[in-house]
Design a protein around this ligand. Structure first.
Ligand code: ZN
Length: 346
């Protein structure tokens, strides 16, 4: 039996996570397809011993709400569980995990500080890096119940994916705070990884969930334009690797991987065309969320007004290679991470 004191740090961590998760929710993660592609690539690089251990743990999954255990192969099962963490973050039971899908490194920090700093960016372990460390401890502790370790495994599969989405590692100012119109009631609390930068994507103002924003372009917009099913995309990305490239990708630590993704946030994701000062939109609470063209001082009276950026084919072609590289890197690194746990001497 675990002593009380041994359990205390986890309870304390969860309390601190809960407090921070009272902040406004941040949408997104790689979308469904991105996470599933990463999981499929990872399975290709697992050892037989790791595959067996994962298969056994997933049979003990206490929250198999998407019936992943009924899938016939391990790659189908892993693809299925890879999105679970996004599904449950709106549940009361897992609300504390909503802030664990990202880390907010400020892109506007002075250059020497423009990298992950645990004290500044991950206080109390409340970020994706702290979460992976936390769930790794659970996963490696064989005295814990298999059901608890199964949940830890599912969080890790998801969070190592999120860590590679550049906009899950960065935040900008909410530059719209300089837009004085209607902003006297809003303070600059950051752009939440591009969620507050409204855009048109390839000419479209909205997707099925609401107005396009920069974060959603990186979660889904670019991947959707590849027009490949997830198995074909995973095979194509994986097929372009050779042992040397795999070894290169698998080097480094979680923090190295975060800094790499953060570099892409600065150099790619936030490299935006200039907005035109008079092109503004607002999301009208209670109105049609997809009606993003209806800007007027009247309709936006109770909502924050944002500048809008127009992202077209140039933005797509400039950033597609980075998206592909991050999906691939996340897959082979997830495999390394799991092999190191389940098959360390190999
Ligand atoms: Zn996520």
């Amino acid at each position: 039996m675990k002593s009380k004191s041994a359990r205390k740090p986890v309870a304390w961590l969860m309390v601190s996570l809960c407090l921070v998760s009272l902040l406004p929710p941040r949408a997104g993660a790689w979308g469904r397809e991105g996470h599933r592609v990463i999981a499929r690539i990872a399975v290709n690089h697992l050892t037989a011993k790791t595959k067996a251990a994962i298969g056994e743990l997933l049979r003990a999954d206490p929250d198999d709400r998407e019936m992943c255990s009924q899938q016939t192969s391990l790659d189908e099962k892993m693809a299925c569980v890879s999105t679970w963490a996004d599904v449950v973050k709106r549940d009361l039971q897992f609300a504390c995990t909503a802030s664990l899908h990202f880390v907010n490194i400020p892109i506007y920090a002075p250059p020497p500080q423009r990298r992950y700093d645990a004290r500044r960016d991950c206080a109390n372990g409340d970020c994706v890096v702290g979460a992976i460390d936390h769930y790794r401890l659970i996963l490696t502790d064989t005295t814990k119940r298999a059901s608890e370790r199964a949940l830890a495994l599912k969080f890790i599969v998801h969070f190592i994916g999120d860590l590679h989405q550049p906009l899950h590692t960065a935040k900008d100012h909410d530059l719209d705070a300089r837009n004085t119109e209607n902003h006297n009631r809003f303070r600059d609390s950051g752009d939440r990884g591009g969620n507050l930068k409204l855009v048109t994507w390839l000419g479209e103002p909205a997707n099925q969930f609401g107005c396009w924003n920069l974060h959603a372009v990186w979660d889904d917009g670019i991947i959707d334009q590849i027009h490949a099913d997830e198995t074909a995309l995973a095979n194509a990305l994986d097929g372009a690797l050779d042992p040397q490239k795999i070894a290169g990708l698998q080097r480094g630590t979680l923090v190295d991987w975060v800094n790499e993704a953060f570099g892409l946030a600065i150099g790619n994701a936030y490299h935006l065309p200039n907005h035109q000062g008079n092109d503004k939109v607002c999301e009208v609470p209670g109105g049609d969320k997809r009606d993003c063209d209806k800007y007027s001082p009247q309709t936006c009276r109770i909502s924050e007004v944002h500048y809008r950026y127009h992202l077209g084919k140039d933005y797509f072609s400039q950033n597609l290679p980075a998206v592909k590289a991050q999906l691939t890197g996340a897959g082979v690194r997830l495999a390394k991470f799991l092999n190191d746990i389940f098959d360390p001497v190999r």
